[in-house]
Design a binder for this molecule. Sequence first.
Ligand code: PDD
Length: 293
Amino acid sequence: MTEGMVGLLLIYLNGEYLDYSEARLPVDERGLQFADGIYEVALVWDGQFIDLDRHLQRLERSAAALELKLPFTRSEIRAVADELLHREDPRRAAFYLQVTRGVAPRDHRFPSEIVPPTVIAYLKDAPLDQEGLAHGVSAITEPDLRWLRCDIKSVSLLPNVLARQHAAARGVREAILVRAGVGVTEGSATNIWMVRHGSIVTAPESNWILSGIVRGVVLELANAENLPVAERFASQEELMQADEVFLTSTTSFVTPIVQIDGRLIGDGTPGPVTTRLQELYMQRLSRLAHVAD
Ligand code: PDD
């Protein structure tokens, strides 16, 4: 299959591999009515899954937080992922996995009878923003209006959707969320970092942020290079005065942010620390893809 064709062709739904047009769910599916579910997005790079185990581990944590019993073991869901990869064979894609509390007559309480969770998985297109990776992207700041369990990767994403839409309406890539009384938490779908006076700063693991898989990897890379890192919440003022700002996520890797709210960060070009971490991250991706061959 060619790169441009990846996505929405083959859908894994509750044990079956279906054509997109055949994959259907009842209207009283709890994901649809209550956003009562969790998800993961993992990268396929050079035809290989990257850090799939870390994503599955995070899915298990999200499931436990929602008292949702996953209907598969890690190796069983890995087999599903492998089967999709085998059948579609993309070089680069995003693996989307969603688990919700199943189908039951609408009632806020968990279904009283044991109903099987709904499991959806498919590969989707993951276009690379070469321009943004090389020259940086712009962002806006937005108030963080989310609930108090942002550590759970829940499909309940309305505040994230609104924030990202506000960014898009302003013609920029990301909305950087600022929580009143806390500081800069993360982006609408990314983790946010700044470099100030030579130190790398990112929000600590907590209920205020999603513990990004790329965040964890970048922390490891920075530590291995002996780059000083402080896990703390930055204020909006500090962010605006940072020497460098960047974002991380599974599909945007390490992307420089060179303008926020219309103001240039540093000299408006990607800084040396961001560039170095991006380089290390991309090298690790190639290394992992080759090891798995
Ligand atoms: N977003 N913070 C939020 C709120 C996110 O939704 C994401 C991921 C991240 C970065 O996490 P990771 O490094 O594990 O991708 C941080 C995914 C990609 C999405 O919703 O599409």
